[in-house]
Design a protein around this ligand. Structure first.
Ligand code: A3P
Ligand code: MG
Ligand code: MG
Length: 378
């Protein structure tokens, strides 16, 4: 019923994809392609772009008992108030295409974060989302609608803090945990002093390693770019082989049934985020309410959905997420079938995802001139 090919949406018309009832997506999962990295890029300590893996980090367990607030005053924080569009992803794709002299075959190109929002839709309606999309050479390019993100941030910041610790400090804890848990090279190549002094290192979240993968959900081939926190050992020599990535997360230690339920709900995003890039392992640093690191748990990404199902009254179902994403992407590809800039929107708490056209021609700022010119040349 969702594969029906609509005619071109007339100006002002909205197409709508119902999220509910989600049970229609239950059952065996549609085929998914194992994500394979085909390119990567790095942001350095100044958030400057470089092709390649210069900002790759190696996982090395942190010492327990660390105070995750330590060093907050010196935090070198990336200013993410500007709109980065898809610029770095497009540069990396173009460089790859130049090397292979072939266009990538994806039908959808976007950041992993956008696909995470879509895939989590059946079980997460709190925040809603807005994205911009454009069709170019048979591929839909999707970016976050920056104005919506900025407004949500502002609204979040205006909420009173629920405890004595500010949202900013709590958000720092995640980056501090990354600093405590990673090395700039494999263990054997790093100075012992460096490892032992990690707790005193300045926390800087400007640097990132981003993996660019080809993957697939149902009938749709996707190219996704997303940050990877660390690697367990080393990259395999052959391209496309599974990589022992590690996703780092912090979470409140589990002391009550309520904490357990909250953690299970958080696992939805943890799982989707890692599943989409092929990250096999998540290391969770459990912290006290005050932000002291209490324990570590290694979780295999692939085992999360079954683990959640085994608990009483599961709060989400991984197969429903996959089948929902598969059906939604089929519908999206049938809907975004003409020029211009399209909006993909889910209002908070809404039962539908809407798609409508906001510009009749061009690609807005989703595609760069460099990328378009490159494609014309290829
Ligand atoms: P935690 O996930 O441990 O809280 P990621 O886990 O995706 O690698 O993100 C790294 C850290 O960035 C997070 O660590 C958190 O500190 C911060 N972060 C990510 N998204 C955030 C958001 N929407 N608001 C505030 N902080 C965020
Ligand atoms: Mg990260
Ligand atoms: Mg992380």
């Amino acid at each position: 019923m969702y594969n029906r090919v609509p005619c071109v949406l007339a100006a002002g018309m909205t197409a709508s994809f119902p999220v509910h009832p989600v049970n229609r997506f239950a059952g065996q999962s549609e085929p998914v392609k194992r994500p394979k990295e085909f390119a990567c890029f790095s942001y350095d300590d100044n958030h400057e772009f470089h092709l390649g893996d210069s900002s790759l980090k190696w996982y090395y367990p942190p010492l327990l008992g660390a105070n995750l607030s330590r060093g907050y005053e010196d935090f070198v924080k990336h200013d993410d108030s500007g709109d980065e569009h898809l610029v770095s992803l497009l540069k990396t794709i173009a460089a790859h295409e130049e090397e292979t002299q072939k266009k990538i075959d994806a039908q959808v190109v976007t950041w992993r974060g956008m696909m995470t929002k879509i895939m989590a839709s059946p079980f997460d309606d709190r925040d809603g989302f807005e994205m911009n999309a454009t069709l170019f050479e048979d591929c839909i390019f999707i970016e976050e609608n920056h104005a919506f993100k900025a407004a949500s941030r502002q609204q979040q910041a205006s909420q009173p803090s629920r405890g004595p610790i500010s949202q900013d400090v709590m958000s720092f804890w995640g980056y501090k945990f990354e600093t405590l848990s990673t090395l700039p090279a494999p263990w054997g190549e790093v100075d012992r002093d460096f490892i032992e002094s990690r707790d005193t290192h300045v926390v800087n979240n400007k640097a990132q390693y981003c993996s660019v993968v080809r993957t697939g959900v149902g009938k749709t081939v996707l190219c996704l770019g997303g940050e990877v926190d660390a690697i367990w050992d080393s990259k395999p020599p052959q391209q496309g082989a599974p990589i022992a990535w590690v996703e780092l997360k912090t979470s409140l230690e589990i002391r009550s049934d309520r904490d357990k339920d909250n953690f299970e709900r958080k696992l939805l995003k943890f799982w989707i985020q890692s599943f989409l890039l092929g990250v096999p392992k998540i290391v969770v640093g459990f912290r006290s309410r005050e932000g002291v690191l209490q324990s570590l748990q290694e979780i295999e990404t692939a085992e999360i959905p079954a683990k959640v199902q085994r608990g009483g009254r599961p709060s989400w179902d991984g197969n429903i997420c996959i089948n929902f994403a598969s059906a939604f992407l089929d519908w999206l590809r049938a809907t975004i079938n003409d020029d211009g800039v399209w909006r993909i929107r889910r209002r908070p708490k809404s039962s539908h995802i809407e798609v409508f056209r906001v510009e009749e021609a061009g690609h807005g700022e989703i595609l760069t001139d460099d990328f378009i010119n490159w494609r014309i040349k290829l």
